[in-house]
Design a protein around this ligand. Structure first.
Ligand SMILES: NC(=O)C1=CN([C@@H]2O[C@H](COP(=O)(O)OP(=O)(O)OC[C@H]3O[C@@H](n4cnc5c(N)ncnc54)[C@H](OP(=O)(O)O)[C@@H]3O)[C@@H](O)[C@H]2O)C=CC1
Ligand SMILES: CC(C)CCC[C@@H](C)[C@H]1CC=C2C3=C(CC[C@@]21C)[C@@]1(C)CC[C@H](O)C(C)(C)[C@@H]1CC3
Length: 379
């Protein structure tokens, strides 16, 4: 880098010249503190004599630099995102990169798992077949220090990345057509609600099959880091290229469907989580249950008496509501509904196997009491 010592011609000093430039950096920070102190005082009048400066203990907190630097880092990240005036279509290179990262991370996890203690290994991913174990994941909850890689990946980069991509698509639509369409707003709103719900209830993910049972291998790594952000955002990406007009009546019906799906999803998940946390809690204490040999009980009334997976039912209704704003002329936006139905039917069968192994006869009597798996009177 060349050192430039040139002076600009006729440089006219502003802000009071050298004196101003010396005093302002002292005066303005003091003004900020003064205004805040006045604001906290009972009279809160700027005409009052400046209140005395609070003791040092009130001026300094070690958490403050962490919060400020953290906020700066977050904003730097947003600033670097390919949104706004950047016009390059980066979606494909991003997906390629996420896929590459998924492979590398899975390979790293696979290799590291050979140093993991026996009790840290997952049941399913230790067959001795390298390809299968690489896919399923050998280690259950791999960590770097106390940083739980699976828990982090399941909830943060992919899920948040999904809503960021969706928002990028909304901005792209505004750039192309001067405003966001109703269809795009609905898709963004619905999926934002879903992701916000997952983050708000983040501890609930600890009881999912992925965390409790499955190893952290390519399936989950790729699912979390590449699949979720780049395929779950397909509806928004579709709407940029294929704008749809939506009647108020159609929009109302779709919002109602998403609302109903979300209600079933949230209520049923919360009911089970509450019951597992504290079965004596008033909101679940009156529900009918059956005992199992493990000491745990199974709910047979309430949401879990309706079908064996009411939460999947709610999730599928939402999935449909996310595709409907894209109209009926293309199949692509319905990819998610089809994929998700297959995923949940397969997942239900896996969970059923685990539960039968865990609860034996009690599970069979639950299945007799609640014969339908996901769709009442259908399946
Ligand atoms: N958007 C997406 O891509 C995906 C979303 N999901 C969502 O994730 C959520 C979690 O799903 P998942 O982990 O598959 O499974 P569930 O949350 O449905 O949990 C299943 C477990 O619940 C317990 N259980 C089952 N029946 C009963 C009962 N009658 N009474 C009490 N406990 C019972 C059993 O565990 P135990 O007895 O040991 O407590 C069983 O193993 C769901 O809402 C699903 O829709 C899932 C996959 C992908
Ligand atoms: C690569 C394959 C085709 C499939 C990979 C499956 C994964 C994408 C999903 C397995 C379980 C998931 C869950 C969620 C996202 C999708 C994956 C990772 C979840 C975090 C979505 C938000 C929900 O509220 C949840 C309950 C927290 C979900 C947990 C399971």
């Amino acid at each position: 880098m060349k050192f430039n010592k040139q002076k600009s011609p006729q440089a006219e000093k502003e802000f009071g010249g050298t004196l101003g430039a010396t005093c302002i950096p002292v005066f303005l920070p003091l003004t900020v503190l003064y205004l805040l102190c006045v604001c906290r005082s009972p009279v809160a009048s700027v005409l009052q004599w400046p209140p005395v400066l609070p003791p040092t203990a009130q001026l300094w907190d070690p958490l403050a630099p962490v919060l400020i630097l953290g906020w700066m880092a977050l904003q730097s990240f947003f600033y670097l995102l390919p949104m706004g005036k950047v016009r390059r279509a980066l979606l494909l290179p991003l997906a390629v990169c996420a896929i590459g990262v998924s492979f590398l991370l899975s390979l790293y996890l696979y290799i590291c798992s050979f140093w993991a203690p026996h009790h840290a290994l997952a049941q399913g991913g230790n067959t001795g077949n390298p390809l299968y174990d690489f896919f399923m994941g050998r280690e259950l909850n791999p960590r770097i220090g106390s940083f739980d890689l699976k828990y982090f990946c399941e909830l943060r980069p992919g899920l948040i990345g999904w809503v960021v991509i969706n928002f990028g698509m909304l901005m792209k639509e505004v750039e192309l057509r001067d405003s966001a369409s109703l269809a795009m707003i609905l898709v963004n709103g619905f999926q934002l609600l879903y992701v916000a719900d997952a983050l708000w209830n983040e501890e609930a993910v600890l009881t999912t099959m992925d965390i409790v049972h499955d190893g952290f291998g390519f399936m989950l790594v790729f699912g979390d880091l590449a699949w979720v952000p780049f395929t779950y955002s397909l509806q928004a990406a579709f709407l940029v290229v294929h704008p749809q007009s939506l009647s108020p009546l159609g929009a109302t019906a779709i919002v109602t469907l998403n609302g109903a799906g979300y209600y079933i999803f949230r209520k049923s998940n919360s009911q089970k989580n509450q019951f597992r946390r504290d079965p004596t809690h008033p909101s679940v204490a009156n529900l009918e249950t059956i005992a199992t040999a493990t000491g745990k009980r199974l709910l047979v009334s309430g949401w879990w008496g309706l079908v064996r997976h009411p939460n999947y039912l709610g999730d599928l209704l939402m999935a449909l509501a996310w595709s409907l704003p894209c109209g009926f002329n293309h199949l692509l936006p319905y990819f998610y509904v089809v994929y998700f139905t297959v995923l949940l039917i397969h997942r239900e069968a896996r969970d059923e196997r685990h539960c039968r192994a865990k609860y034996g006869l009690a599970w069979d009597s639950y299945c007799r009491r609640v014969p339908y798996r996901i769709f009442p009177y259908i399946y």
